[in-house]
Design a protein around this ligand. Structure first.
Ligand SMILES: NC(=O)c1ccc[n+]([C@@H]2O[C@H](COP(=O)([O-])OP(=O)(O)OC[C@H]3O[C@@H](n4cnc5c(N)ncnc54)[C@H](O)[C@@H]3O)[C@@H](O)[C@H]2O)c1
Length: 393
């Protein structure tokens, strides 16, 4: 079988493009084309990959039109996801699209409708679905040991959160809000493990810390994207070099009513001193919680009445090899298994849409007096088509 020709858009290999470059299966795929609107990235690719035969492009329509490209990997900022994914699907290419799927529910639905109409394969990069702690909690819940899930609470502490206030994520016009950029992962995990999708959401959020920082970047000045991972990046009010027009919330809280009766909450703080995604699911016979998320961590289970410090089961988990606790190599493998062998992955475009829907409407709610928002349903034909693995019709 011919190797799949990859067309990668967004060629900064110190950022998300590395996901594909480090993990694509060399026996089943090859880098056919690379695109970036920044000529320095193309120059760097040429320098660092002297043996690569990949065609280089500065505009994505040219890459999509290249007959050597079978699969388009969209590794650029969220505001372009919709237009690039739709163009690639229209051209009959398979698409690996980074999360969040798009900035709006309407944008997601346009992508799903295009994939449905054209039959081009669509895959969304929700790599949290391959993280060991999430998989263990899913296994615990599916075993039935904690009974029927009734509620989910998720707290997301982020000590590198200032990073998002340095570049395009800082502004509503290019990111919508951090419930999409960060929260889409967590909302998707809540939906997946609780077995339902949000039908109604309400949100409360605020920008109260990073808007008070001084010595911002000048308009158009390049941010230092690595600064927020350094130990001296503290306390938040002392930080310099943030975006001059930042206007997304740095604290978000949302309440979700799921369509299967489960109730959930998600809290996200972008100026916390430590970092963890902490999930708990409570059922009619017990509770499960992760302690630590990506690296070596634990999953605790309580099935008896007692103390929080005395879970009756503790799973000790090891991070897998590769980025994000080992989830990155696994999600890339799942993409190629899907487009080449038709194996239906655990990531789902409909779930990706529903995560954006909850996040986007929660932002709308918090910006309009915290009103409850109902999630518009997706056409049943689309739900069925994607659930069945996008089989040719
Ligand atoms: N799943 C994960 O764990 C994870 C982690 C990090 C980032 N991401 C996702 O990766 C994506 C990329 O994020 P980023 O901050 O690196 O994006 P970015 O757009 O800032 O940079 C990536 C590269 O894309 C290029 N680029 C941007 N727009 C372009 C366009 N229209 N045409 C051609 N090239 C373009 C830039 O020049 C840059 O080299 C985002 O969607 C983000 O949500 C996912």
């Amino acid at each position: 079988m011919k190797k799949t020709g990859i067309g990668l858009i967004g060629a900064d290999f110190s950022l998300r493009a590395a996901l594909i470059e480090c993990n694509y299966p060399r026996d089943r795929a090859e880098m056919a084309a690379v695109c970036d609107r920044n000529p320095e990235m193309l120059e760097r690719y040429r320098r660092e990959h002297p043996d690569s035969g990949a065609h280089l492009y500065s505009s994505y329509p040219e890459l999509i039109a290249d007959p050597a490209v079978d699969a388009v990997c969209v590794m650029v900022r969220d505001q372009y996801h919709e237009e690039i994914a739709v163009a690639a699907l229209e051209a009959g290419k398979a698409v690996y699209l980074e999360k969040p799927m798009a900035l709006t529910v309407e944008g997601c639905d346009r992508i799903l409708e295009t994939a449905f109409r054209t039959g081009s394969r669509l895959f969304v990069g929700h790599n949290m679905r391959y993280v060991p702690s999430i998989l263990k909690m899913k296994e615990v819940i599916d075993s039935g040991i904690i009974g029927e899930i009734q509620c989910a609470w998720v707290r997301h502490f982020i000590n590198y959160g200032s990073c998002y206030f340095r570049h395009w994520c800082a502004r509503q016009e290019t990111c919508n809000g951090l419930l999409l950029q960060k929260g889409a992962h967590d909302i998707d995990v809540i939906h997946w493990l609780a077995g339902g999708y949000t039908s109604r959401v309400t949100g409360m959020g605020k920008l109260s810390v990073y808007n008070r920082t001084k010595d911002r970047l000048k308009e158009g000045e390049a941010p230092d994207r690595k600064a927020s991972w350094k130990a001296d990046c503290w306390p938040p009010l002392s930080l310099k070099g943030l975006d001059p027009g930042l206007n997304v919330e740095d604290h978000n809280m949302i309440l979700m009513q799921l369509d299967n009766g489960v109730q959930a909450s998600y809290e996200q703080c972008m100026y916390a001193p430590d970092s963890e995604r902490n999930y708990t699911f409570i059922g009619t016979c017990g509770r499960v919680e992760n302690i630590g998320d990506f690296g070596d961590c634990q999953v605790h289970v309580w099935t008896r009445r007692g103390l929080r410090r005395d879970p009756d089961i503790i799973y000790h988990l090891k991070a897998g090899d590769g980025g994000h606790g080992g989830s990155d190599p696994n999600i890339v493998k799942a993409f190629f298994d899907f487009i080449r062998d038709g194996r239906n992955p655990v990531v789902s475009p409909v779930a990706a849409r529903n995560a954006v829907a909850a996040g986007a409407l929660a932002h709308y709610s918090m910006r309009h007096g915290n009103i409850p928002m109902d999630i518009p349903p997706l056409r049943p034909e689309l739900v069925e088509y994607f659930a069945a693995g996008q089989k040719p019709r």
